[in-house]
Each structure stands twice: as C-alpha cells, then as structure tokens.
Design a protein around this ligand. Sequence first.
Ligand SMILES: [Ca+2]
Length: 263
Amino acid sequence: MKNVVRLFSISAVVSCSLIANAQVLLDSSFEIQAQLQNNPYWQQPSGAKWGAGWNNWGWSSWQAIQSGGAWTGGAIARTEEFATGWKWAHSGDVLGIIKDRQTMSQTFTASEDSTGTLNWFDANRSSWRGDTWFGRPNDYSVTLTDSFGNVQLIGNYTSQVFLGLESNSWANIGDDRFSLAGKQGWFSRTGNTVNLVGGVSYTLSFNSLSPYIYDNAGNITGVDDRTTLLDDIQMSVTPVPEPATMTALAFGLAAIARRRKNA
Ligand SMILES: [Ca+2]
C-alpha cells in the first residue's frame, strides 16, 4: 500500500508539470484592438456593439490593425450587416481580417520548453453576387517563426463562405446571408503541433495568399479580391518534462520495483 501511495505521489508531480495548458496569445478575440482604436459601434438593444458608420449599413468599422496592440498587420471589423458579408464575430463583437496578400501576426516569448497547439475559427465574408465577386475561397498559411528565422508550418488552409458561396448570393432564393446560421457560422481549425524553446521569441503569422492577377505579358497587375475572417485564435502550450523530472521519476519507479522485489 505504501508503494502504491508513493507511486501516485510521483505520478502527481509529473502530471502537474505536463498538464499545465497555458494560453500564450493576447487579444485572441480582437476585442481589445477595437477598444484601442476606438472602433466605432452602434449599441444594439441586446447589448451587442455592431459596426457603425456608412449610410446605415455599417462598413466603416472595418479598419486596419493599429500599433500598440498585440497584433500587427491585417484588419478588424465589428459584427456587421454589410462589409464583412453579414458575418457576425465568432465571439464578442469583433473579428480579425486578412485580405489579398496581408499578413497578421503576433510575437510572444516562450516561458519554457513546451509544445504548442493553435486553435482558431475562420470563414469568408459572403458575396451577394456569388462567384462573380469577392467571396471566392481564399488560401492562407499559418506559420511560426523564431527570432533566428527558423519557420515551423502550422498549416495551409482554404477559407470558404459558410453554407456555400452561391447559397449566400442574391441568385439563391432564401439567400443565406440573411439566415442566422449563415451569419453565425464559422469553421473550427486546429494546426499542426509546434515546438517551443524557453526564452525564445516567436512570431505567429496568418498569411493571406489570394492569387495574383496577371496581364497578357505575365506582369502582376493586382491581387484578386479575397478575404479570410478570423476569430478566437488561441495557442495552448504543454511543458515538455525536464530531464531532471524524468530522472526523478525513473529513480522513484526503480526504488519501488526494488522494494517490491525485496518484500
Ligand atoms: Ca471576437
């Protein structure tokens, strides 16, 4: 019995160091960025703050990320009935945006050796002219670059209009832009696990890869109008057990085994 108790206590020590599941990113839902830039809103009867401004439709809350916050690059908007294609934020009132060839990034320092798993939500804004306008699927990559320039690929993704591009256009009877499911729908994403070294600085980047537009001579003349909306970007980290911890565990188990043998 004493050995069982001892084994449990050793396991508890190791488990505590492994299960810690800290979040390392700031402003994961973009709400703080909206406060930072005094992002305009209309207070709704429900208490929600919606994007405010233009001709009662509200697209002026779509604004570039401003310096001084956790994020760099890209843009944000409040839940709107126009500019972001009738899309509501996944949580809170504000969502992140990468468009064309924009990159949105955040830098953090790993507190200890650990593995990280990124979770977030994406969606496209719908286009009420269907495939002839800006709602087309958008490719983007997610990368983690350390201060030495080493890049870990979290993954390559393609964002799409929730419930389908054409079902969200005026060619579709029952246009899903106006359905609650269409407004509230997002896609859940989980990236490849990354390795973090304690004390090292990392930059997480969402890189929009909308296709270039070429002229007949092959020159780039622009970028196709495509957009990925983002929200609730969170990285969970799990510490990697230090060699000393594993050694202690090995010694503990060996001691128990010896006692059992001698008993
Ligand atoms: Ca949000």
